[in-house]
Design a protein around this ligand. Structure first.
Ligand code: 5RP
Length: 226
């Protein structure tokens, strides 16, 4: 199977999982990116059985609405049952790097409000040590250079994602050349820098379940005990 087929397979597996957990008034968190888009397409099959969704980006909200799936305001939705989203990297603890699609802040908010975070990814995202994929950091525009200098002091190599403005009106720095041995520590250190909105490490709130698309089929993986 090629990468697109693996993404389709995990989207379907996550849909079947959600369907098996379906209950009255269920509200789902919905991620952003090509794998999440395939999940959104599957979700249309049960659109009349859902109370609604909360979307992690304007783009996902647009896609959901186009399919007739209700999109709710996060503040009105309260706690979510399940959040389904892709990732740029995952380790065996299901700690993630996210934000390749610049939606990391809303994704982190949804992850925080969800009882269960289901990650869907093809096997290219599975890594031993996080950091080969450049770590996205969302910054307030006027703080971009300041944040970049502080990140250099932490050993990173920040590159401004020029032309990218997040749904929150902010900028993204992609931090290259990291070998993230202590994801929780780095997540916290980056968030301490003045001007950082949040960073794409999902270590403090990792995923609870992973559907990983591999050449031998979809594996359902729970986080290894840390
Ligand atoms: C968006 C994300 C995505 O989940 C991540 O970039 C993976 O995307 P794709 O499913 O297209 O590989 O974090 O901000």
């Amino acid at each position: 199977m090629n990468q697109d087929e693996l993404k389709q397979a995990v989207a379907k597996a996550a849909f079947e999982y959600v369907e098996s957990r379906l209950e009255k008034d269920m509200i789902l968190g919905i991620g952003t990116g090509s794998t999440a888009n395939l999940f959104i397409a599957e979700l249309a099959k049960i659109k009349n059985d859902l109370e609604g969704t909360v979307a992690s980006s304007e783009e996902s909200a647009r896609r959901l609405k186009e399919l007739g799936i209700p999109v709710l305001d996060s503040n009105a939705a309260g706690e979510l049952e399940i959040y389904v989203d892709g990732a740029d990297e995952t380790n065996e603890y299901l700690q993630l790097i996210k934000g390749g699609g610049a939606a990391l802040t809303r994704e982190k908010i949804i992850a925080a409000t969800a009882r269960e975070f289901v990650c869907i990814a093809d096997e290219s995202k599975w890594v031993k040590i996080l950091g080969t994929f450049p770590l996205p950091v969302e910054v307030i525009p006027m703080a971009r250079s300041h944040v970049a200098r502080q990140i250099v002091k932490l050993g990173g190599d920040p590159v401004w994602r020029e032309g990218c403005v997040t749904d929150n009106g902010n900028h993204i720095l992609d931090v290259h050349h990291l070998q993230i041995m202590e994801p929780r520590k780095l997540e916290s250190e980056l968030n301490q820098i003045v001007g950082v909105v949040t960073n794409g490490l999902f270590a403090e709130r990792a995923a609870d379940r992973l559907f990983l698309g591999t050449s031998s089929g979809v594996e359902e993986i729970l986080p290894r005990d840390s």
